[in-house]
Design a protein around this ligand. Sequence first.
Ligand SMILES: [Zn+2]
Ligand SMILES: [Zn+2]
Length: 421
Amino acid sequence: MQLLRLLVALAVVLFSVVVIAAEDYYKVLGLAKSASEKDIKRAYRTLSKKYHPDKNPGDDTAREKFVEIADAYDVLSTSTLRKIYDQYGHDGVEQHRKGQAAGGSHDPFDLFSRFFGGGGHSGHAPGHRRGPDMEVRASLPLRDFYTGREINFLVEKQQICDSCEGTGSKDRHVETCDRCAGRGVVLQKHMLAPGMFQQVQMQCDRCHGQGKKIKNPCPVCAGSRVVKNQVETSAVIEPGMGKGTRLVFENEADESPDWIAGDLIVILDEKEAELGRSAEERTDGTFFRRKGKDLFWKETLSLREAWMGDWTRNLTHLDGHVVHLGRRRGEVVQPLAVETVSGEGMPHYSEGHLHDHHEDDGSAGNLYIEYTVVLPDQMESGMEKDFHALWEKWRKKIGVDLAKDSGRPVAPPPAEGKDEL
Ligand SMILES: [Zn+2]
Ligand SMILES: [Zn+2]
């Protein structure tokens, strides 16, 4: 190691040529110098997909970035190179590579395919097998759809084994199967009847159709090239998103060296409302019902309130803000009347260009309050007498004819005097 350092240092001094100032590898991957091996892998995983030329056709900047990312990953993921880089920077790495006779290829597409499978192309390249899509359901309370938030959850999925980089081999060395010569199939003679043979193509039993042979299987994946991992995934719920919304994470489904990973699709479900324990969860809004961008709420009034007015209610909305309801004295609310509080429904959410602008006016939904009136089912006898006397007094004076008042066309039999109050 000492000798290596000395050599590198010497090389740097001797060959210090002016190189175009390359971007800091840690910066390229958006990492701090203290980043762990895992952080580096994760950064590469995300960025290489984002800047892959297949996803950015004709964009030279993206292509350069893709190469830069691969280069940064190549260096930082190899512990010797990372040490050299930390100490001597880009030049140190350059010199070290020159010192090694015929180093491995640094093709960024090679690296990408080792990571994701499928010959270095991202999900949309034609001619490559694509793995199955994966669907995951996330149940959220209505509040989260209203306020929006970031959710984190674990998805169990198959990933290419990091340890052997998807080769299945401990030393990453893979040989061609000598029984089938790498074809994965062998021809077998099959006797149909005495003297009658048929040649049948069978899967090679030595390599199980892989066409490859591994001397030292990878201890992590036992040679299977893939491992099951609980992968932490996060998704952003935008305020106003609808239930059933499908959030698509491209190429984040099960991975395999044999295919390009399909998409991971997170489907948003609305959780049944339940009485929360914390003060924040105990809002009236918890029990709103949602229909599209509108919200619905049932409010109960007593007979006196519905009829005489002079009442107020403070409704706590999903994010804690208060909606005031009320009537002044003398303002009547009919049973089952619906009041519209405009703009107090779900926030506006649009999927951008996918949305038809005609049906989307860009405003928030409404809150509809449906009033239920509850009549008292028992009264103190004194009260009952008072009310009874009151009715008797007034129905004689200003009672109305309900049949007439209802506006129905039929009018038999002729009403006699005042009827009901
Ligand atoms: Zn074979
Ligand atoms: Zn492995």
